[in-house]
Design a protein around this ligand. Structure first.
Ligand code: ZN
Length: 641
């Protein structure tokens, strides 16, 4: 057994918000990779936690009448509870307010300072409180808007310590060049390289404008300065292993992979490696940056009220299907869309029809024909099994390159081989003529499912276990070695009946999001509400003929305060007579020789004894009536469409 150390991390989540689908996605990827690594027999350590310092936390706590620590305790717990309920097998949950972390951060600061990588100066810049970031003038939107969140930035000048990031520019570029897989996926790598090639400025790493953070080492005698949240936060990856504080787990360093969202890639792929170089620590193998999620094609936002709450999805559909959906639906690095429809399609299709059904067929046939026990040493399916082993051989590299969707695609190819074998062997016919062939088929498919049960267990732990139970095997690093690495096959099986793994979902199970429409705050346009049964086709509309006409004569109708008798020229043999109730709103002079829009195919009618041969278009609200007229002069008789 290999005892290779494998260290995998999620970002530490900022406690200004409760967990959404993005947090769950990152954590589930990390958990899947970690579980896979454990199956391979590697000594694996999975770290997650919460990031709890900074001005934003100080302000959020204050607005709720809490101390920053109380507030951080509360939100941090919601993350921890969620991961516990989701069965995330993390090995440590770090909080940046933990004392050992603060100690480690101060030691790191001291080391960088002693080395000459940190110096004191004055910082002036456009600062976004919300993002806790400074931006250059060219990055701002319309002169003052934050490029990340759009809020107003303000110019802040303060005394600050700086990290000599510029010193590491060439080393970083060299590292990206020599380690093409350092940043995954490669499209993201190119973005980082061009950013660094654009020139790195030294990084302001302390603040005096707020207090909720890690203070500088006491020996520096700078009580007003607290550390920039990103310096504090990034160092969690080593303080969790005991950096500067006993070092007892530092043999897990360097990390195999830091899994992050694309929005924080810059911090992980540029600042963090530079800090590590300064601390003379080796760099992680990979930084994997994933994309963002939308819901039903719309950006998720609290103001719209369409944020996907991971707990609601899992309560409705179960953790395994949610894990499968997230990891299968989107290639790593690309943005993805969550919709219940897509989730249900995955459950009924991939999971129910391919995976669940194949196990069900084995359970059903073996029960019906062989009392759930069968054996065979036939080589009838050797070619098929060779193909299965070929596919399996390519799987491991997918996982550590964050190509989990490809890992799953390949496993589903294996399932397809099994389903096809049953289809083409026609066991329901053969059972009468060659029952030994049916046993051979069942042994083949059961061996195939044994391998699949082990391989899907990092992705869907409960389903993998359930399959293994049915097939009479266990899932652990020994069976991984036996059935996956060493390609062992069994000659006999005793199948245990288990209930259907992925029952068909007929209708959406989640409560629909209560989408609140707040004017001016929504990130996208609200949907139009069309009258459901009052819709007409375009043909129907064109049954109405509307033409441009010119008013050539205006006459008052005696006995009526409202009506005018108009003569309107539509370019016909003679002007039409139209009775219109617009006298309260228009003078004769305003109407004379003006253009109007006339419904020209209206059945003539009598109004106060006068024949009306058309109708003028107008709109009326509380401010009065306005005729609808062409904006620019158009020829008399022109049809409106
Ligand atoms: Zn901002």
């Amino acid at each position: 057994m290999s005892c290779k150390k494998t260290y995998i991390t999620t970002p530490i989540y900022y406690v200004n918000d409760v967990a959404h689908i993005g947090h769950a996605y990152t954590t589930i990827i990390a958990d899947a990779v970690s579980r896979y690594s454990k199956l391979l027999g590697y000594d694996t350590f999975l770290l997650t936690g919460t990031d709890e310092h900074g001005q934003k936390i100080e302000q959020s706590a204050k607005s709720r009448g809490k101390s920053p620590q109380e507030y951080a305790d509360e939100i941090s717990k919601t993350f921890r509870d969620l991961w516990d309920d989701f069965g995330i097998e993390y090995d440590h949950f770090i909080r940046t307010t933990d004392d050992y972390h603060k100690d480690g951060v101060q030691k790191a600061f001291q080391k960088m300072f002693d080395k000459g990588d940190i110096y004191k100066d004055t910082y002036s810049g456009n600062y976004c409180v919300s993002c806790e970031s400074f931006f250059t003038d060219t990055q701002l939107i319309d002169g003052s808007g934050c490029p990340d969140c759009g809020k107003e930035t303000s110019v802040i000048e303060e005394e600050s310590y700086f990290f000599r990031l510029s010193k590491y520019q060439d080393w970083l570029l060299e590292h990206y060049r020599d380690n093409p897989d350092f940043i995954l996926p490669s499209a993201k790598r190119n973005e980082v390289i061009s950013f660094v090639e654009g020139g790195l400025k030294d990084l302001s790493i302390t603040r005096t404008s707020f207090d909720w953070g890690v203070h500088l080492p006491e020996s520096m005698n700078e009580p007003k300065h607290v550390m920039y949240v990103w310096l504090d936060a990034l160092l969690n990856y080593v303080t969790a292993l005991g950096y500067g504080n006993g070092e007892e787990k530092m043999d897990y360093w360097p990390a195999k992979v830091h899994i992050v969202g694309k929005d924080i890639l810059r911090f992980h792929a540029i600042y963090w490696p530079a800090f590590l170089m300064s601390l003379e620590l080796p760099l992680p193998d990979h930084i994997g940056a994933h994309g963002w999620w939308t819901r039903d094609g719309q950006k998720m936002s609290k103001s719209i009220g369409n944020v996907v709450k991971p707990r609601e999805v899992v309560d409705a559909y179960g953790i395994d299907t949610f894990r499968y959906f997230l990891l299968r639906e989107v290639p790593f690095g690309q943005d993805g869309d969550f919709s219940e429809k897509a989730l249900i399609n995955r459950i009924n299709g991939d999971l129910g029809n391919s995976l669940g059904n194949l196990l069900n067929r084995v359970i059903g046939m073996s029960g019906k024909y062989f009392d759930s026990k069968f054996e065979s040493d036939s080589d009838l399916f050797t070619n098929d099994m060779n193909r299965v082993h070929e596919i399996i051989a390519g799987l491991e590299s997918h996982i550590f390159k964050m190509q989990i969707h490809r890992y799953l695609e390949d496993i589903w190819e294996i399932l397809a081989i099994g389903n096809r074998a049953i289809q083409s062997s026609e066991p329901w016919v053969k059972i009468k003529t060659a029952p030994e062939d049916v046993q051979a088929l069942l042994v083949f498919v059961s061996n195939l499912l044994t391998k699949v049960a082990i391989l899907i267990s990092p992705i869907m732990p409960k389903s993998g276990e359930e399959m293994a139970k049915s097939l009479g095997i266990e899932i652990n690093e020994d069976t991984y070695k036996e059935f996956i690495t060493d390609q062992a096959l069994l000659n006999s099986f005793v199948i245990e009946k288990v209930s259907a793994l992925f029952p068909k979902v007929d209708k959406p199970l989640m409560a629909q999001p209560e989408v609140e429409e707040k004017q001016g705050e929504a990130d996208t346009e609200p949907e139009l509400e069309l009258p459901e049964d009052g819709l007409i086709t375009i043909d129907k509309f064109f049954e109405t003929t509307i033409k441009i006409g010119e008013v050539v004569e205006v006459e008052e109708i005696k006995k009526s305060k409202k009506l005018y008798k108009l003569r309107v020229d539509l370019g016909e043999a003679r002007p039409r007579q139209i009775i219109a109730g617009i006298r309260e709103f228009y003078s004769k002079e305003e109407l004379q020789n003006s253009l109007v829009c006339v419904v020209a195919n209206l059945k003539p009618a009598k109004l106060m004894g006068n024949l009306s041969e058309g109708m003028l278009l107008a709109a009326k609200d509380e401010n009065g009536l306005s005729l609808i007229r062409p904006e620019h002069k158009r020829k008399i008789g022109t049809k409106i469409s």
